[in-house]
Design a protein around this ligand. Structure first.
Ligand SMILES: C[S@@+](CC[C@H](N)C(=O)[O-])C[C@H]1O[C@@H](n2cnc3c(N)ncnc32)[C@H](O)[C@@H]1O
Length: 230
């Protein structure tokens, strides 16, 4: 996942900041910040209450560990910690968002709330990426209801349990065909994961990544390779 977040952080096609919903101890925050630092100087807004919420399945206060980890990684200056829920952070939010990374509470209602509060701030051409979109029912259902059925998203890429897509005003016919192809590949992968065929899960995962990899992701990989070769 960190590799994918690193590449997502590099996405610099549009203006705007990066918003992360659900930072926990900072693994994805650090990866996003390191990736973004290669390309632009926009901040990463890292939203997480870091609170103990047993009723929601969170048993630790992770604020100190989060702050220590981003400091150790040398990315504190790029990251704006927002120690609050995504709903609280969305109040009075006015900045355009180039990358919205949703990895907070994975239950259906909270994921839907995250999407509806933050998605309108994402710029045209910006990227939405969500974690746990293969395994967890909440993000899966939100994706189907809000994204897959809509004509406003294209270039769906599925890597490492992350689904990423670009926002457009209206997807072209070609883009819609590619989207349906990606969705068919995704359905096959989910079926393969449940099957008892040896290696179906690993092979399906690799195939899905290759099949859904779109030009923008190839561009990211090229930038990534160039930056580590320097
Ligand atoms: C799966 S973890 C995030 C993992 C993190 N992205 C990483 O790479 O390690 C989910 C996080 O979402 C946070 N969370 C739960 N409800 C939230 C809400 N309403 N708004 C923002 N974050 C929330 C939890 O505190 C938890 O730290």
């Amino acid at each position: 996942m960190q590799d994918s977040c690193y590449k997502l952080g590099q996405f610099n096609d549009r203006q705007g900041v990066i918003v992360e919903i659900g930072s926990w101890k900072g693994k994805s925050t650090v990866a996003l910040a390191l990736g973004a630092a290669q390309i632009h100087s926009e901040k990463i807004y890292a939203i997480d209450p870091h609170r103990i919420m047993p009723e929601d399945g969170y048993w630790e206060d992770t604020e100190k560990e989060f702050l220590d980890n981003i400091q150790q990684a040398g990315v504190s200056a790029q990251v704006v910690p927002m120690v609050m829920t995504s709903a609280a952070a969305a109040q009075n939010w006015h900045q355009p968002i180039r990358l919205l990374w949703i990895d907070g509470d994975h239950r259906y209602e909270p994921t839907k709330l995250d999407f509806s509060l933050w998605e309108p701030h994402r710029v045209e051409g910006g990227i939405l990426a969500m974690h746990d979109t293969i395994r967890k029912n909440g993000p899966k259902r939100v994706l189907w209801e809000q994204v897959f059925r809509s004509d406003r998203f294209q270039e769906i890429a599925i890597v490492d349990n992350i689904t990423a897509m670009r926002k457009v005003s209206h997807a072209s016919t070609g883009a819609k065909l590619r989207k349906n192809f990606s969705l068919a590949a995704r359905a096959l992968y989910i079926a393969a994961r449940k099957s008892r065929v040896p290696n179906a899960k690993q092979t399906g995962r690799r195939l899905l990544e290759k099949l859904t990899r779109q030009p923008w992701l190839i561009l990211l990989l090229a930038i990534f390779s160039a930056s580590i070769a320097r």
